[in-house]
Write a protein that binds this ligand. Structure first.
Ligand code: PGA
Length: 253
């Protein structure tokens, strides 16, 4: 049985006070619950302070990206070891904004996955097709390719530290959420690919989140889809009023 995993990707939003106010609300809301995993992904500069604020809670803190190199002359980059040092236990890699705005390709994403795993970070590996690719019926080819390339060389043991996030690019920040049918098809396909590369049993244990315009009014339907194991949330993760109901999404069943 896969526990739902609700993750808030703050992107380049919030500042010290609003971040700390939000995590205080999340901490209070989650308390000692163990029916759901929750993580927040602040901008780099707040990871340390948010991790301190959440110490002793059940909420994990991660970063939105990391460098593929362990250290050295890489101006503006942050290493996986530095993230782990300030309390991050997770990192989001291959987010569509990294792929499409900053030109990150599958090979770079794969190197980042290895860099993160080497330092003990868990990974949310994002995959997703653009609208043009969906319309050209290339969804499976694109997301299957991103998945296998992103996981190249990752051992079965390390797969247990990876969550997959299916995030159709056309649904991110647009208010246009995938239907339960679209999400279900993509998630089942990704799980099948994982089963082919690893084993069915490992594929069965791997969580696949949905991301893209998840909101309190659509989360219930998405979390009812058998292969949807939680969500990666942008806009709705920035306010307690919209994020806390997502944490309770599965309870509405
Ligand atoms: P959104 O972003 O919820 O604002 O669509 C999702 C994401 O990019 O992870």
């Amino acid at each position: 049985m896969r526990k739902p995993f609700i993750a808030g990707n703050w992107k380049m939003n919030l500042e010290r006070k609003s971040a700390l106010d939000l995590v205080a609300r999340i901490k209070e809301h989650v308390g000692a619950r163990d029916d759901v995993d929750v993580a927040v992904f602040p901008p780099f500069v707040y990871v340390d302070e948010v991790a301190r604020a959440l110490r002793g809670s059940k909420i994990a803190v991660g970063a939105q990206n990391c460098c593929d190199e362990p250290h050295g002359a890489f101006t503006g980059e942050i290493s996986a070891a530095q993230l782990a040092d300030v309390g991050a236990t997770l990192v989001i890699l291959g987010h569509s904004e990294r792929r499409h705005v900053y030109g990150e390709g599958n090979e770079l994403v794969n190197r980042k996955v290895h860099a993160a795993l080497d330092k003990g970070l868990a990974v949310i590996l994002c995959v997703g097709e653009t609208l043009e690719q969906r319309q050209a019926k290339q969804t499976e080819k694109v997301i299957g390719g991103q998945l296998t390339a992103g996981l190249a060389g990752v051992s079965a043991r390390d797969l247990l530290k990876i969550t997959i996030a299916y995030e159709p690019v056309w649904a991110i920040g647009t208010g246009q959420v995938a239907t339960a049918k679209q999400a279900g098809e993509a998630h089942a396909y990704l799980r099948g690919v994982l089963g082919g590369v690893y084993t069915d049993s490992l594929a069965d244990q791997t969580r696949i989140q949905y991301g893209g315009s998840v909101k309190p009014d659509n989360v219930k339907e998405l979390l009812l889809v058998p292969d949807v194991d939680g969500c990666l949330v942008g806009g709705a993760s920035l306010k307690a009023e919209t994020f806390l109901p997502l944490i309770d999404g599965r309870r509405m069943r």
